[in-house]
Design a protein around this ligand. Structure first.
Ligand code: NAD
Ligand code: MG
Length: 389
């Protein structure tokens, strides 16, 4: 934080996405508390330019090199510096012009810049769960080494994080991750084989980026979140439970060793966990809609159907076995979702692709960072070879 003014300087990696744009909405409502220093986008140059003109950051990064000239020209009359390409993300993440990174890039691509942020002692508000799924041991060890807080943005993990405030010395018996169940809750394989992209992209409770929306429909999202939770809260695999809660009002729970349960509740709106991560340890006022107990409403809970949604079983295996297996699972899943979104792979085939890739890749018990990158690359190549493109 910059001493006298108490303004937190924010870098949003992935500012044009669902999380990135909502983070900017939170900042826009609290300009006395936050300033925007860095914005990055992969393809959407028009939105990036519009955001830069509004928030006047120090730096923007456009990933796609073909868009560089356009962005540069559009911002020529401003003081915003324009960087380009994947390498720049790491370079910019290392700079000292900001205090907190909102890690909102989707997928494995978010790992390297997030590592750089930690190594240069920035607070990380982490939306990019894939980073922890791939290399959670290394990320958390580096965070401890550099004394950097990793504050979860994912709603379930934000809920647990909030339940744990004031409980530092108390043992957790287990955590209960709630899952909406997605658009195909209650459906069976004979229905799911015919599911197409557009149907799977319609989530009942949350509007999110394409990848996580598909992950929510296949329940891979909850699988990734189990692994994310293990690293964030230093848990054993047996301490992580998933329960289906279709209304998405309880965002997750912690059970303590005396049997007491704490839950964090609210309407499903990502702006709340984003704002909490930005303002932590304080809470700041918001005008987000409130849950109304006067309206009839029922909260329900049920066991996930792991026979139909086998991704949850695959992710549980990866959670228990550890090593490079979660990294392999994540890589194969990114390929599978990418192919499904292009109508090149069926809904149920995504799970088969992940399973076959997990079976095939050599297991590494304690990978180095480089070995994680290699496992990711090999798993992607193998998974892609199984798809007839
Ligand atoms: P999104 O697809 O809407 O946005 C992704 C952002 O990352 C965009 O700004 C895009 O330009 C950038 N990006 C994409 N590929 C990139 C690459 N190869 N290199 C650099 N930048 C790249 O995604 P989202 O829904 O905002 O999700 C972002 C992350 O947050 C994901 O890891 C997701 O799992 C997590 N998350 C999202 C939500 C949500 O409500 N959207 C909730 C919880 C967690
Ligand atoms: Mg979540």
């Amino acid at each position: 934080m910059t001493g006298a003014t108490n303004i937190k300087r924010i870098a949003i990696f992935g500012s044009t996405g669902s999380i990135g744009t909502q983070a900017l909405q939170v900042i826009a409502a609290n300009l006395d508390k936050f300033s925007v220093e860095i914005l990055t986008a992969q393809n959407n140059d028009e939105l990036l330019v519009q955001q830069a003109l509004q928030f006047k950051p120090n730096i923007v990064v456009i990933g796609d090199e073909r868009k560089y000239q356009k962005v540069k020209e559009a911002l020529a009359s401003t003081e915003t510096k324009v960087f380009v390409g994947e390498q720049s993300l790491e370079e910019v993440a290392s700079m000292d012009c900001y205090d907190l990174m909102v890690a909102a890039i989707v997928g494995f691509a978010g790992l390297r810049p997030t590592l750089r942020a930690i190594e240069t002692k920035k607070i990380v508000a982490l939306a990019n769960k894939e980073t922890l799924v791939v290399a959670g041991d290394i990320i958390m060890a580096k965070a401890v080494e550099h004394r950097v807080p990793i504050i979860p943005v994912d709603s379930e993990h934000s809920a647990i994080f909030q339940c744990l405030v004031g409980e530092a010395r108390n043992r957790i018996e287990k955590i209960v991750l709630t899952a909406s169940g997605g658009p195909f809750l209650g459906k069976k394989p004979n229905f799911l084989v015919n599911v197409k992209r557009d149907h799977a992209l319609q989530h009942p409770n949350w509007a999110m980026g394409a990848k996580i929306t598909i992950d929510s429909a296949t329940l891979m999202n909850k699988g990734l979140e189990m692994i994310e939770a293990k690293w964030l809260f230093n848990l054993q695999p047996e301490q992580v439970q998933v329960v289906i809660h279709p209304q998405s009002i309880i965002h997750s729970m912690v059970v303590f060793e005396d049997g007491s349960m704490k839950a964090q509740m609210g309407l499903p709106d990502m702006k709340l966990p984003i704002q909490y991560a930005l303002s932590y340890p304080q809470r700041i006022a918001s005008k987000f809609p409130r849950y109304d107990f006067k309206k009839p409403n029922t909260l329900t809970f049920e066991e996930p159907d792991v026979k139909t949604f086998r991704n949850l079983t695959l992710a549980t295996n990866a959670l228990y076995k550890g090593g490079n297996l979660p990294c392999v699972l994540n890589a194969a899943n990114e390929i599978a979702v990418f192919a499904f979104l292009r109508n090149r792979l069926g809904f149920m085939d995504m799970t088969d692709l992940v399973e076959r890739t997990m079976d095939k890749m050599p297991f590494i018990e304690k990978p180095t960072v480089e070995e994680y990158f290699e496992s990711d690359g090999e798993a992607r190549t193998f998974a892609a070879s199984l798809i007839h493109m």
